[in-house]
Design a protein around this ligand. Structure first.
Ligand code: BG6
Length: 288
């Protein structure tokens, strides 16, 4: 079966190519994308997969706040990165055509905890669509305001890429973009490709470019992944590096060498969604 449902996760298989993906219902977190026989998504060996905390790796979904909300904004009391990644979603639909296999997951206000509902009292519905093709995977989030009052939200496809060597990776497509460096607490303009030489936590705002490349070495021959984004303006680049990694219970001490998060979303500013309105954003990942 191209889409099979297990108690805690949905497995997508693209029969003609052998490509595959796995999505946990907890957080609708995609934890695996295999294409051309290789895993491309980082999942920590210490990731907690029992639903007791956000999954460390894969593509956690940030919604409705990026990081920790700040008073007096209504998101101030929500947990870091919101509740979508720590709520149990349901598989609402699956289908296939000659090119792709599609699974659709849903979360709405009736499915989140009483506690989260009290913290963020809006009527919403999220639909997350994962479309697996022979050489690409598309993940799309739709946000519907089904209530009668407007709400603000941030969102992010917080993608952890599995890479051979963090010190060699280059993130291409950010040159000339202004960013906030959350490690140094400064703002700057990116010159050239972004590279990793220590802890990185940078928020690039309002990119005109739609294609970002995560190149594994100095040139394309080294391999890598292209991230094509649609309707998502900002990019976050994150690697915790040694010290932060050592302080994270669900992240192996040496794992920072083989991962980079390049996260497409709407985080520099909140988006406002009027009652009855909908919004959507997506990314398509492919190999370089
Ligand atoms: C990134 C943030 O998106 O996520 C970082 O920019 C944060 O500041 C990282 O540390 C991981 O967050 P968490 O909540 O999964 O540990």
């Amino acid at each position: 079966m191209p889409v099979s449902q297990h108690s805690d996760k949905t497995i997508l298989t693209h029969p003609a190519s052998g490509a595959g993906a796995e999505v946990y219902l907890f957080g609708a977190t995609l934890t695996s994308w295999k294409v051309k026989g290789e895993e491309r998504i980082f999942l920590s060996e210490k990731a907690v997969l029992d639903g007791s905390k956000a999954i460390r790796g894969g593509i956690p979904l940030v919604f409705p706040v990026f990081g920790k909300g700040k008073a007096p904004h209504v998101t101030a009391s929500l947990p870091q990165h919101g509740f979508a990644r720590i709520s149990r979603w349901k598989l609402v639909n699956s289908h296939e055509d000659s090119n792709s296999v599609v699974a659709e997951f849903g979360l709405d206000h009736s499915m989140i905890s009483e506690e989260h509902r009290a913290m963020w009292p809006f009527d919403f519905s999220l639909v997350y669509t994962v479309k697996l093709s022979a050489e690409t995977i598309e993940t799309q989030l739709r946000v519907h305001n089904i209530g009668n009052q407007a709400f603000d939200f941030n969102t992010l496809l917080h993608t952890y890429f599995l890479i051979p060597d963090a010190t060699k990776v280059r993130v291409i497509g950010l040159s000339g973009v202004d960013y906030t460096d959350k490690v140094l607490q400064t703002t700057a303009r990116q010159e050239g490709d972004a590279v990793i030489r220590g802890e990185v936590d940078s928020v690039y705002a309002n990119l005109a470019a739609t294609n970002i490349e995560i190149q594994f070495g100095d040139n394309r021959a080294a391999g890598g992944v292209q991230l094509h984004k649609n309707g998502l303006k900002d990019i976050v680049v994150w690697n915790p590096w040694a010290e932060k990694a050592a302080g994270m219970a669900d992240f192996g001490n040496e794992e920072f060498h083989r991962m980079i998060c390049v996260e497409a979303g709407q985080v520099a500013e909140f988006l406002a969604l009027a009652a009855g309105d909908s919004w959507q954003g997506s990314q398509i990942l492919s190999l370089l």
